[in-house]
Every structure is written in C-alpha cells, then in structure tokens.
Design a protein around this ligand. Structure first.
Ligand code: COA
Length: 399
C-alpha cells in the first residue's frame, strides 16, 4: 500500500495573485482548416479549439513571462521574494535559467534563488508546490512562479491546430488572497515516450492518440492517490481545471473520472457548469503547455457561473514523459478584487488577426545561430520585448 501524500503546510499557503499574458497576434483556425482542406468543425468541435496565439519574433518565453509578472509586482511589491521558479519546455538556453533574465527585467531582489524547472507541461505545478514548501519553511517569505511556453508542432501535422502560446505568473505566499492550496496531492510517474522535443528540434514530436490515452489513465492514478490522501470525492469540488493540450480533453477527463467513481454521467448542463468556464481562454490561445492548467484557473475565476468564494477547485496537471498530479485549492473569500480580469479580457479582445501567409512567415522566422548581430523589428506586445541578439547573447528591453 502506498503512502498518502500531504504537503507539510503549517499555515494557509497558496496563490496570492495570478496574472496571465498572451501574444498580441492570433490565427483563426477556420483559416488553417481552409488551407489544410479540413472540415473546420474538426477543430472547433472535434478538438475544441477556435484560435491559436501567434508569437511575433520579438517575443519569447522570457518576455511573455515578464509581461505576465509585471502587473503582480506593481501591485504587491518585490519585498521578501526569495524564490523565482521558471517552468517551461521552450527553453532558450541549455545552461542559463530563463528566470535570471526575468529577475533583471522585473527588478527583483538579489537575495532570490532563480531556477528553471522542466518536466514538460507539469513543471509549473511542481514549481507551485516547491514554492509553497519554501514559504512554509520560511515564514514571511514569498515566491514567484512563472510558466511560459510556445507550443510548436510541424506544419500540417495533427498537432498543428493545437499550437499556442502564453504565460502565467503566480505570487505564492502565506494567507493568500486568491487560492489556498490543500495540503493533499496525488501524483504518478512513468517513463514513456508520448511527446518530446530532442535538443536539435524546434518542433515537438508527439504520438497524440497515445498521449491522450496516457493522460486519461494517469488522471485516474493521480485522482485515486489524491482521494486516498484527502478523503474527498468528486462532489467535494465545485469545478475542475484540467491540463489542456486541447479543450475537448476536459470533457473526456471528467467522464473518465465519473466512470472510475461509478458516478452517473452528468447532464449536459451540469457538465457545462462544472467544466466549460475553465476552457474559454484556452479555446482562444491554444496550448500553453506549462501555463495551461493555471490559464484554466484564470478563465474560471474571471467568468464563473456562480460566486466562487470558499469553493474548492480540483486541478489536474499532466506532463508528457510522464508526470501527473491531482491537487486542489480553495478560492478565497473576496478574491475577485485581486484578479486581473479586465487585463486578461483586454488582451484577448485586442489581438491582431494574421493571415495564413503571415503565420507561416512567423513560424519560419529563423533566429540567427552564428552569433551575428541581429535586431528584431518591433511588433505589438507587452511591456518587455526581445530587442536583439549579439555574440550569442539575447538582449531584452522595455518597450
Ligand atoms: N466534426 C466534428 N468532429 C470531428 C470532425 C468533424 N468534421 N472530424 C473529426 N472529428 C473529431 C474526431 O471524431 C475526434 O473526436 P474524438 O477524439 O472524441 O473521437 C477528434 O475530432 C479528433 O480527431 P482525430 O482524427 O482523432 O484527430 P487527429 O488524429 O488529427 O489528432 C490530436 C488529434 C489531439 C491527437 C492531435 O491534435 C494531437 O496530437 N495534438 C497534440 C496533443 C499533445 O500535445 N499531447 C501532448 C501533451 S498532453
């Protein structure tokens, strides 16, 4: 019999503030369907995606993450931030942590541990847990967790319509204003090859059907361990946020959970209430890898079907390769005043649509690899941009 897992959290610890940032350009998947000769309903209904975020050449994971974090720091200050974790699977350097670039851009204190954390899409969940553990061990300290990714698959591959990009930043503290993490978790690890990106490739390789099967089977493994640790059942959660390589998987996930629990299949309206609010943003951005499950939380909190104060949300994080974790948290009374809802909605509404040709040009934009001086033309975007590369060094600047 395996041990049940409870994180050692003496006090109330969790997400104090959470903010999300997406690139300013977007491709409508009806445009892609037309070019690829696919029925648009395959994308909209079959996999549940409508648009994908397009990252201009002067944005990367560093700028996306710094853009997500700045509003949090402007509101909450920088004092006592002793840990900066950057979760990503779109790394820009094999050695230097992306968090160090953000540390400089964001003006964080020098006495702050900066790391990059990798395990496919799972790394942000692990980072959140590690950040909470540090806060528990050092009362008064705070941590910043960044999750940023650019999902790229080969052109015309099955994964292409699920591409996307975005970043989430979370300030982790005691007595959080947004979500207190429950101490119980259920997690599961297995060595498989369902999705990976060798160092010599820009695009991920994926066996999508296998990955979906593994996602669903590890969901049950993680859920069973979470249930044993917490004693909670499905009905103890007001909503569920799932990792979203594409939004249709959330429906498959919940149905699988109901089957595993011997619970009746929910009525369609009930299913919509439980699941759909967390999917709205991802349908418009595409896969944001490490940021997905927290983007789903933003989507739910920004437009809930009923007030969430005091409600428990179940969260499932899956990283190919594979790691899975089911955990939960309680949305804090008064949390709405601390959200960045208008900024999130504004970003989604203000995006510039691109044509198929522009999408392909941006997709194929080659960043020089010979150290030659390269200046990036300014595109629309958040407060920070990638200005250039010289001597193999990236140079970032405020816009
Ligand atoms: N109208 C409505 N639905 C349609 C349709 C149409 N015209 N045509 C197909 N569909 C449905 C299919 O029935 C299927 O639904 P189901 O899964 O409920 O059976 C769905 O659309 C997808 O069709 P399928 O033929 O399975 O798609 P695909 O082979 O092109 O691949 C993915 C779909 C999701 C596997 C692929 O996009 C992928 O690999 N994505 C990447 C996933 C990933 O990144 N995983 C790793 C991290 S978790």
């Amino acid at each position: 019999m395996e041990r049940c897992y409870k994180h050692p959290m003496a006090t109330n610890i969790g997400i104090d503030l959470i903010s999300f940032h997406i690139p300013s350009y977007v491709l409508d998947l009806s445009v892609l369907a037309d070019i690829r000769g696919v029925d648009p309903n395959k994308f909209v209904i079959g996999i549940g995606q409508e648009r994908m975020a397009i990252v201009p050449p002067d944005q990367d994971i560093v700028t996306l993450a710094a853009n997500a974090a700045l509003p949090i720091l402007e509101r909450a200050g920088r004092d006592n931030i002793e840990l900066l974790l950057f979760a990503t699977e779109s790394g820009i350097d094999q050695s230097k942590a992306a968090s160090l670039f953000c540390h400089e851009l964001l003006g964080l204190p020098a006495s702050c541990r900066c790391l990059e954390v990798k395990e496919a899409c799972y790394a942000a969940t692990a980072s959140l847990r590690m950040a909470a553990a540090m806060v528990a061990a050092r009362p008064g300290s705070r941590a910043l967790v960044l999750a940023a990714d650019i999902a790229r698959y080969d052109l015309a591959s099955p994964g292409e319509p699920t591409q996307g990009a975005g970043a989430v930043a979370m300030l982790v503290s005691a007595n959080p204003r947004v979500m207190a993490l429950d101490p119980e978790s259920g997690f599961y690890a297995e060595d498989i090859m369902d999705f990976w990106r060798p160092n010599y490739r820009e695009e991920a390789l994926v066996d999508g059907q296998y990955s979906t099967r593994m996602y669903l089977s590890t969901l049950i493994e993680a859920w069973n361990r979470y249930k044993a640790a917490s004693g909670r059942g499905l009905a103890d959660h007001a909503h569920f946020c799932f990792h979203l390589p594409f939004t249709k998987i959330a429906y498959k996930s919940f149905e699988r959970l109901c089957r595993a629990e011997g619970a009746p299949r929910p009525e369609p309206e009930e299913l919509e209430r439980l699941i759909a609010p967390a999917l709205r943003y991802n349908r418009q951005t595409g896969n944001t890898y490490t940021a997905c499950v927290f983007e789903a939380l933003c989507s739910l909190m920004d437009d809930p079907p009923a007030p969430l104060d005091g409600q428990r949300v179940g969260m499932f994080s899956y990283g190919s390769g594979c790691m899975a974790e089911f955990f939960s948290g309680v949305i804090q009374p008064g949390h709405r005043e601390h959200l960045f809802t208008d900024a999130h909605r504004g970003q989604l509404e203000d995006r510039v649509p691109v044509t198929y040709r522009q999408y392909e040009d941006i997709f194929n934009y080659g960043v020089p690899t010979d150290g030659a001086d390269h200046i990036f033309a300014p595109y629309r975007g958040g407060p920070f941009r990638l200005a250039g590369i010289k001597d193999h060094k990236r140079r970032y600047e405020p816009r």
